[in-house]
Design a protein around this ligand. Structure first.
Ligand code: NAI
Length: 328
């Protein structure tokens, strides 16, 4: 293994750095959990001007944690500075839906954030930039950012479905009394919205098929809505939206993207037309990661039950795309 002295430092940009997700995420990045424990990291924190004080405080606490791999922290409200030389970016900062606002307003308001950030990535990031959009509506925000970055391959932009994927594993692990690492071949198709389709058709636990171990009614009536509505359930119980679990899933996603994984994952990537999903929308698909790229798990047989749910997601994402057409 190389020592930190002769491995090049990776620059990681995190937007929304003063927010609650970043308060977990930044510690995991600084601990070497994305690029590995032999790779030094430099953090670049982007915030809106009113929240720069909060980001400054977060940076002070990061320094106080004395991470061996943490080289430097930049705090800025200037997107060009924040993405300068970035090898990885977590786009967490977003504008929540305000009182009386429609989904179209939410999409348009976030377009004003993710368009300029996409352009700043285009103009300033390193050639190997990987961008994970976490801020909601994540899939369409990723589409907007990617459209504003014509020099960066669209495949370098992802939206996060990994929290939904991890929630699906957790529900199955609890139901079957098994460890989370025993599960494979789970996928959450579609949009990071309540329309999403957590799919256990191909899932295995140990050597067994999960569909042989749970009944269909539980799958349809309990499992699918529970996973799809877990965000609302957390808000109801905790009084705040998911934060540490979102951060943990963002780490899982970026680590697997960079370092590779043969296990199936769910990543929202630009559709290539696979599984009859229209091209160009950012859609959760079954993926494995090889040589720094997500590859779609192809050739799966799709039943009518699955088809209807996958199509509902594709339609929702196409409607979101239409709503922001003037930003693309
Ligand atoms: P938060 O409200 O605690 O923090 C958001 C931060 O973003 C704030 O500090 C705010 O000042 C900052 N911000 C707003 N506009 C910005 C801009 N233009 N540039 C830079 N920073 C900006 O929110 P939290 O809990 O950290 O969540 C962040 C986002 O992640 C939300 O949109 C939330 O809905 C989303 N989310 C996504 C999940 C997923 O699975 N994809 C799961 C959980 C949350």
């Amino acid at each position: 293994m190389n020592s930190p002295q002769n491995v090049s430092t990776k620059k990681v940009t995190v937007t929304g750095a003063a927010g609650q997700i970043s308060y977990s995420l930044l510690w995991r990045i600084a601990n070497g959990e994305v690029f590995g424990t032999d790779t030094p990291v430099e953090l670049k924190l982007l915030e809106i001007p009113q929240a720069l004080g909060g980001a400054e405080g977060v940076a002070m606490e990061l320094l106080d944690s004395a991470f061996p791999l943490l080289r430097n922290i930049t705090i800025t409200a200037d997107a060009n500075e924040a993405f300068d030389g970035a090898n990885a970016a977590f786009l967490v900062g977003a504008k929540p839906r305000g009182k009386g606002e429609e989904r179209a307003d939410l999409l348009a308001n976030n377009g004003k954030i993710f368009g300029p950030q996409g352009k700043a990535i285009n103009d300033n990031a390193a050639d190997d930039i990987r961008v994970l959009v976490v801020g909601n509506p994540a899939n369409t925000n990723a589409l907007i950012a990617s459209a504003a970055a014509p020099d960066v391959p669209a495949s370098r932009f992802n939206a996060m479905m990994r929290l939904d994927h991890n929630r699906a594993i957790s529900q199955l692990a609890t139901k079957l009394g098994r460890g989370s690492a025993e599960f494979n071949n789970i996928v959450v198709w579609g949009n990071h919205s309540t329309t999403q389709f957590p799919d256990i058709t191909y899932a295995t636990v140990g050597g067994e098929k999960v569909t042989d171990l749970v009944d269909h009614d539980w799958y349809v009536e309990d499992f699918i809505p529970r996973v799809a509505n877990r965000g609302a359930e957390i808000i109801e119980v905790r009084g705040k939206s998911s934060a540490a679990s979102a951060a943990s899933s963002a780490i899982d996603h970026m680590r697997d993207w960079v370092q590779g994984t043969e296990a199936w994952s769910s990543a929202a990537i630009p559709s290539t037309g696979a599984y009859g999903i229209p091209e160009g929308i950012f859609v959760g698909l079954p993926t494995v990661s090889c040589n720094g790229e997500w590859e779609i798990v192809e050739g799966l047989e799709i039943s009518d039950f699955q088809r209807a749910r996958i199509d509902a997601n594709a339609q929702e994402l196409q409607a979101e795309r239409e709503a922001v057409r003037d930003l693309l």
